[in-house]
Design a protein around this ligand. Sequence first.
Ligand SMILES: *[C@@H]1O[C@H](CO)[C@@H](O)[C@H](O)[C@H]1NC(C)=O
Length: 425
Amino acid sequence: MAPEINTTPIAPKKKLHIAVFPWLAFGHMIPFHHLANLLAAQGHHISFLSTPRNIHRLPKTPPKLSHSFNFVPLHLPQIPGLPPAAESTADLPPGLVPYLKLAHDGLEPADFTVPPKWVPFPSSVAYRLHEARRFFEPPPEGVAVPVVVGDLERGEAALNGCDVLALRTCPELERDWLDLTGQLYGKPVVPAGLLIPSEPEPEPEPEGPWVAAREWLGKQRFGSVVYVAFGSEVSLTKYEMTELALGLELAGFPFLWVLRKQGKAGSSAEEEDGELLPEGFEDRIQAKGIGLVHTGWAPQVQILAHGSVGGFLTHCGWGSVVEALRFGRPLIMLPIQVVDQGLIARTFAERGAGVEVARDEEDGYYSGSSVAESVRAVMGEESGRRYRDKAEEMRAAVFGNTGVQDRCFRGFVEFLENYSRNNNV
Ligand SMILES: *[C@@H]1O[C@H](CO)[C@@H](O)[C@H](O)[C@H]1NC(C)=O
């Protein structure tokens, strides 16, 4: 007999969302189900995770609690040796239970790695397993600042707290996602336009170390140079720098690699990204005349607009992608941070504007040869044509189309004016 459930809440307080995921044995699932009832009776929301048959076989949830319950059916993978209908230890002789554990482990690739079911149109955009795992990892060591509120919580609080969502995009690029975002959040979603940079003015008199890089760029063949940069916030580890450097050398296309001059968390302020390059790399590539490493500030928009540049090896920050496609440059994509860069890379790979550097699905490592392969695919005379054509098509229609962007921005301003008038804010 299950003990009686006390449904009197202790005190009104923050409603928690609690996931309950017991081992696939009724000796575990029944007590966990009971625990879930008690938690729901306290006003908390429960997601109970198990397999479809097990969920079906659980005791009935008291009707007054059922609105607080969300049963999440997970399908066990087919494992040789495990009878097809077996979903709990009760379905098996004890000798076969290890197969059930194997199948249970196979549940691991979570929902993160497939497009969510609530996307009503075709899309392959999802996280990779190694990215999904990083969401659940503790912050890296050496980060001295205590994390009080996680980035996901910050983002969620901002999304929940605002009245209107304004996004740096335009309907010509992704009307379906804009509509879906509005439905999901139940608030107005307004595209603000891509905020594209204008054509760069000719530089008055360039100064400092940038002069040499600019001269070098000017001597290269039209559309032959890979521009390599990772924005101002992303830092690469020693291994990531090494494999990238080897990959660029191996690919055999001229490259301009712009490195930050900045200390990172946990390192001395003087440490520069350049110190993480392989021994002798800079001298070697300079002697061979195949590339240039520039440390410090560089005018990204001018570089991307330069006729010598034929492709952009990028971490896929949204600003960088917008700037690249503004000038019709195809993308060699190496996303580093997990929140949006991987999803942006998959979006533009799916649309054919470039390729993503292959990483190991499990641990996320990439090799010099996977970098070289992607660089060659995009920069190659023949192999790269379709990426160049697609990037150029996107430039003309959307990213470099000032008419489209101006119209979108004016709509945004008009929306704000209307909203202010209609809501007295
Ligand atoms: C602003 O309001 C005007 C007048 O009601 C309307 O015609 C226009 O479509 C609105 N614009 C936007 C962007 O909501």
